[in-house]
Design a protein around this ligand. Sequence first.
Ligand SMILES: C[S@@+](CC[C@H](N)C(=O)[O-])C[C@H]1O[C@@H](n2cnc3c(N)ncnc32)[C@H](O)[C@@H]1O
Length: 226
Amino acid sequence: MTDTTQPLQKTTTKQTKSKKRIAEHGEVFTAEREVNAMLDLVKFQSEQIASTFLEPACGNGNFLVEILSRKLTTALAKSQINKSQKSPKYAQFYYEKNAIHAISSIYGIELLADNCAECRSRLLDLFQAHYQSYFKQINPLVIKTAQFLLSKNIVNGNALTLKDLNDKPILFSEWKFISDTLIQRRDYIYENLVEKTDNQLSDNQGFIPKNIQDYPPIHYLKLSEQ
Ligand SMILES: C[S@@+](CC[C@H](N)C(=O)[O-])C[C@H]1O[C@@H](n2cnc3c(N)ncnc32)[C@H](O)[C@@H]1O
């Protein structure tokens, strides 16, 4: 277990890739300084492990990477088992659960396949680097679970038509921890989350979207088998 007081270096990327992509897709990525300034407007939420973020045109992940970084800082702080500021000790069991909880609540949609892949891989690289910088013996199943969650939560699709690239409705899963180890997956059609169709349960209950599938609770490290 090591203490690293310096924040992890996050990968930064160029703001544009080509004139063609700017013209066709409005692809200009947001610089780190603006990302941080905007996230500071919702500072409290951006630092909560469980707060949900969805970015409908997430590009290669500039906002989502910073959100994950903030959430992981909280995940680590919450797993501290002594009170020392100079030599903090962290419980790996709680860090792993908190870090998975953090990554499970980050969602994105991106039209271009290369951006989508880059976004997933930047998030996974950050997750792994953070985990490895505090714990010597990392559990490969934790990384596998993070990778699985990113494959579901970061969707290669069209945020305007609400469809994926195969023209199927975009699905999002809610990952709810119901104990320290058990997670319950619940799938929703994205359209039902953003458009008021027939998905209101009753007038006085407000806007409660219908889910399309519930899965039995499972140990979070077995999620990818479900
Ligand atoms: C202005 S860039 C912003 C990227 C990122 N949000 C950022 O701030 O760095 C817009 C992104 O939206 C993507 N995009 C354009 N139309 C889209 C659509 N209909 N659905 C999803 N993504 C789209 C582009 O490929 C591009 O990556």
